[in-house]
Design a protein around this ligand. Structure first.
Ligand code: UDP
Length: 253
């Protein structure tokens, strides 16, 4: 087994923008796929993608170990309008917000077109099953290497063993942040290859159990507001975003 990550991207280039010590990739979704991710998939190189919003950046400020994990990712993708606003304020505008959900769909499409295999870890059991059925329906040529729900405390090594045996080309981990990034960081070395991506609540959306914001809201950069209105119990998250903005605008971090 080779545990080599062949082409670690250089994060000190002009297509990266640093926000509170997190180096975001500044490119379009199309170019991220064509220039970085697809070549890595073709070469069977390992790759770790984090999609980060202001809340995740704030978590990295509070938790040094988590910060290190995010910093070791090959690509930190700006998922969240707050990141784009912060980059503009720093006069280093990020080219495009790349929603993690959209990036996942594009990767699934690529896997479908090229008959690659994917593993789906995370979400509640029935949601995981529904999401995988929906993926089978929408992407019939993609190979489902395997799938498992995200509540496997006490069975970690069993799940890992099963996942490793599938040798999946892409591994989508939907355990929520920071658990999913911790899981990938802890286990990626055990795999021979694979693109690993934390996808948060994406299986809930794919399964149809949670509705994504209507297109108009997404275009207006109001996806976060839609989510807040639908899931008001998440209001504490907004405080983190406000704290992030204060740090950017007032403390000039
Ligand atoms: N989840 C899981 N195992 C856990 C905790 C959470 O599989 O131990 C799943 C949860 O069911 C949901 C996803 O992780 O599908 C987290 O979604 P959330 O919207 O909270 O994540 P975010 O996108 O905000 O990171």
């Amino acid at each position: 087994m080779t545990n080599v990550v062949y082409h670690k991207p250089n994060k000190n280039t002009e297509n990266h923008v640093s926000i509170m010590d997190i180096h975001f990739i500044s490119t379009t979704k199309t170019n991220l796929l064509s220039d970085e991710l697809i070549p890595r998939l073709k070469n069977k190189e390992k790759c770790f993608i984090v999609t980060a919003n202001p809340e995740i950046v704030m978590q990295t400020k509070e938790d040094a170990q988590f910060k290190h994990i995010v910093q070791t990712a090959d690509f930190v993708v700006p998922d969240g309008v707050g990141i784009v606003i912060a980059s503009k304020h720093k006069k280093q505008p990020i080219k495009e917000r790349i929603p993690g959900f959209d990036l996942m769909l594009d990767l699934l499409k690529y896997a479908n077109d090229n008959q690659l295999s994917c593993y789906f870890l995370g979400a509640k059991d029935y949601i995981n099953n529904k999401a995988v059925s929906e993926i089978n329906r929408r992407f019939p040529y993609l190979k489902v290497a395997g799938h498992h729900h995200g509540y496997f405390k006490g069975k970690e090594s069993e799940v890992l063993r099963e996942m490793k045996a599938t040798k999946a080309d892409l591994v989508f981990v939907a355990l929520g942040s920071p658990q999913q990034e911790r899981w990938i960081h802890k286990n990626i070395d055990q795999f021979s290859h694979g693109l690993f991506m934390g996808v948060g609540g994406s299986f809930d959306v794919l399964s149809g159990e949670v509705k994504r914001a209507p297109e108009k809201w997404i275009k207006l950069n109001l996806e976060w507001l839609y989510r807040l209105l639908k899931e008001p119990f998440r209001w504490k998250r907004i405080l983190k975003v406000i704290e992030f903005m204060i740090r950017i605008y007032i403390k000039k971090e």
